[in-house]
Design a protein around this ligand. Sequence first.
Ligand SMILES: [Zn+2]
Length: 391
Amino acid sequence: MKRIFKRLGITILVLAILYALVIQIAPGIVDKKYNQVTLKAPYQVSQDARDLYQSLDFVSDLHCDVLLWDRDIAKSHDYGHVDIPRMQESNMALQAFTIVNKTPKNMNFDHNTGDTDNITALTIAQGRSPKSWFNLSERVVSQCQSLDGFAKKSDNQFTVIHSTTEFQNFLNDRKKDKNLTAGFLGIEGAQALEGKIKNLQKVYDAGVRMIGLAHFFDNEVGGSAHGVEKYGLTDFGKEVIREMEEKHMLVDLSHASPKLIDDVLAFSKKPLIVSHTGVKGTCDNIRNLSDSQLKRIAAGNGLIGIAMFKQATCGTDMASTARAIQYTTDLIGVRHVALGSDFDGAVTAHTDVTGLPLLVEELQKLNLSDEDIKLIMGENVKRFLLENLEP
Ligand SMILES: [Zn+2]
């Protein structure tokens, strides 16, 4: 008997050591592999573009999935796309941190089910709380807590924003110190609510203020552009939107099926966001928005974040993102256009966050005015949040 216990003890010890090793090594390897750039920093930019970029008061981006990778963003890294020191280096004021919570295996653009999940193994390998291993809303809470942790560690250099009051305070403070940065929390895919309305309160309490209704598969709220049935807004989805609007949470239509976009446009009463997208006008694929969708979202005072990777812009450089921005601006007006990079979203981004001045250079080449560039690079996000977050 004694012997069996001894063996069991040794086995448990070996497994614990192996698990500790996995936690140390695996997440970093996965992070580096999936979040690459076409062009590496440091970036060569014209003096004119650099000057305009540095003069911008408020640079902001609507979509970044860095929390998924468990990267310590309080420190600077030479891989991936975003961390707080690189935000500071690149004069970035506010980043949306969107929480990926479940993605199907063999992910493709037009036909995925929710039967499998890549994120379970990653969550376990990162050594996150066992509560979050098999529970999607807990996974969201865990990533929210990570961001809160980075804010605490940052010595007031980074703040998580939940309301217009907090946002206004941050803007006032940043007038005195351009090194200050902030973020707000979103979710990528309302499957995280697991079909239970009480989980909306749970993620709200954890700090979430924006929800992308669908990700890569159809869920309890509505259909995905990459799903199987690609259906519209469900009854549960209506309940979710009603309560989100009451809570001043932002509804994000990225990855939504065309039917879901139509239904939400008909049902919702508040301005909508598309946090990271391309447009069919410059890159025609299942993921991107049609002219009609863009016009209808803009008519409801919505905001479109233009992405910075190949599958969204049909190009591998900032020129392709600039073309999509110009197309959208011409079609629906500059007030509705913003940045939605999809940094650290398991994409090869054109650049990391310090490459944003290159985008300004490309927008200048397309003859956009300084005033328009200022709105696109962040002022539109500022106005939108001040108008739509809870007081
Ligand atoms: Zn996405």
